[in-house]
Structure formats: structure tokens, C-alpha cells
Write a protein of this length. Structure first.
Length: 117
């Protein structure tokens, strides 16, 4: 049996998605992969001017956990992109998307990890 999303997750994602539709961020847009599912977004990032990524168009999928915003989303680029924080399979790996657990082996401070506030 699949886990049910928390009401706080549905509320948070609804507000964030609506905000991005009403007040778009330059160089970034999102849409739902399936109109019935707030937990999976398709993301388009346009390479910013005066960078190595200028003129680029990068698609990614974001998947949000059922207990969002208490746990971080996962991000996977569908477009091949060279970046030290993007694995060959497209998975994005940055400390802010890691769960806020204590892991002395990671070299990351807890304050560098996901914080739902």
C-alpha cells in the first residue's frame, strides 16, 4: 500500500507551485508531469547569460516525498549537463538536498543540509 501524502505536503506544494506560475522566476519554469500529481514536476532551466551555460536549455524532474517539506525533494536532470554536482545519470547531489541527519562521514555540517524552514 502506497504512503499517503501529508496535508502539509499538499498545502506546501500547492502554494509553491501556484506561486511559481503566478510570479515566474527568470530562467526557470515548472509544470506538473501529471495534472493529478503535485509531487512530480518537470523543470526547465535556461542557461544564464555570461556563463558557460548561456543559451542552454536543461530539463529536469523533481520528485517530492510524501512528508515534504520535512524531507527534501530529489532532482534528476534529463538533459545531459556537465556540472560537478550532477552525476552521470543526471541525479543532482548538493548538501542542501540531503536529509538533516547526522553523518560524520559526509564532511557536511548539519546546517548545510535540508531545513524545512
Amino acid at each position: 500500500m502506497a504512503a499517503m501524502p501529508s496535508s502539509s505536503a499538499v498545502r506546501a506544494l500547492g502554494l509553491e507551485y501556484r506561486s511559481l506560475q503566478e510570479e515566474p522566476v527568470e530562467g526557470f519554469c515548472v509544470k506538473l508531469i501529471n495534472d493529478d500529481n503535485l509531487f512530480e514536476w518537470e523543470v526547465a532551466i535556461y542557461g544564464p547569460p555570461d556563463t558557460l551555460y548561456q543559451g542552454g536549455y536543461f530539463k529536469a524532474h523533481m520528485k517530492f516525498p510524501m512528508d515534504y517539506p520535512y524531507s527534501p525533494p530529489s532532482v534528476r536532470f534529463l538533459t545531459k549537463v556537465w556540472h560537478p554536482n550532477v552525476y552521470e545519470n543526471g541525479d543532482l547531489c548538493i548538501s542542501i538536498l540531503h536529509p538533516p541527519v547526522d553523518d560524520p562521514q559526509s564532511g557536511e555540517l548539519p546546517c548545510e543540509r535540508w531545513n524545512p524552514t
